[in-house]
Design a protein around this ligand. Sequence first.
Ligand SMILES: Cc1ncc(COP(=O)(O)O)c(C=O)c1O
Length: 361
Amino acid sequence: MGEIIPPQPGIMNIALYVSGESQLAGQTEVLKLSANENPYGPSEAAKAAYAAASGELHRYPATDHAPLRAAIGEVYRLDPARIICGVGSDEVLQFITQCYAGPGDEVITTRHGFSMYPILAHAAGAVPVEVDEAERVVDVDAIMGAVTPRTRIVFIANPANPTGTMLEKGELQRLARELPPSVLLVHDGAYTEYADGFDGGAALVAEFPNVIMTRTFSKIYGLGGLRIGWGYARQEIIDVLNRVRQPFNLSNGQMAAAEAAVRDVEYTRWCASENARWREWLRAALVQMGVGCDESHANFLLARFDSPAEAEACDAALRAAGILVRKVGGYQLPDCLRITVGDEDACRRIVAVIAKFKGVR
Ligand SMILES: Cc1ncc(COP(=O)(O)O)c(C=O)c1O
């Protein structure tokens, strides 16, 4: 038997991404609150556009995503020429890492940061450098303290996953201002639409040349199953990223559904307001039961229990009741569970189970 060819440096350092579970053995009626999906699904217009696209399955899609970029540009008041679309925002994050970090370079991530960031850094042969957070909030001083001449990228999600917290506006500005011009700040805005009045980093992109914001159709637009995301930055950066993008990365169906979804502004607004209503209701209920919970700006809550053992036991109680949430020990939060905000029924159901578990009702 011959030797097996080794992969590129960094690849074997990758710990495989763990996604939210969707099944429970022996249960048919599972309530899935583990993947931050929109409980109401996509807009009817998006579903109709996707169905209509099935008439064109033999046609290659457009390579420039022009109608989708135009729609995003109109709705978010951005220059369509400076938008890049990807197979989920994950793909845009991958383009960024591939283009701007290489072997030996450093990529800064934060303690409870989204787990794709170190995966992408390793895939590029770069070294992920994790810095502390301040009580589950991104800490600008900690990031600045970790910057070295080898730093190429800083990744932050804002609102952050799995904490749901946001960096205060002045602090975000300071981070962009203080980073050296040789470092790209990636502002991941997957949950932007749930954060009341937030522009997702657009003003930051307008002010600072080395900021890119990424966005997704997987959360509020309810299209996680289709995989569409986008990024926005200076033209020079977008032109770089487009060089590594496969020409036909998005299918006709993906683009048609996403365009219809983003144009259905009224439905998006309704989803955001329902989420805010039930998120606050759920948070108040958790706090009342003695479960710690930061204010969330996203479509999930991070429930903090008294100990990792209690979080584990509550997860077991939820599973026994057919409810799946997300364990976040891998995010260095072993005493917590991340709960996606579902619809009214889902919120009432999970509160009833946790109340029984805590013995408070
Ligand atoms: C912070 C953050 N960024 C990016 C993503 C990736 O989203 P997608 O690739 O579906 O656009 C997620 C999904 O969970 C996320 O939570």
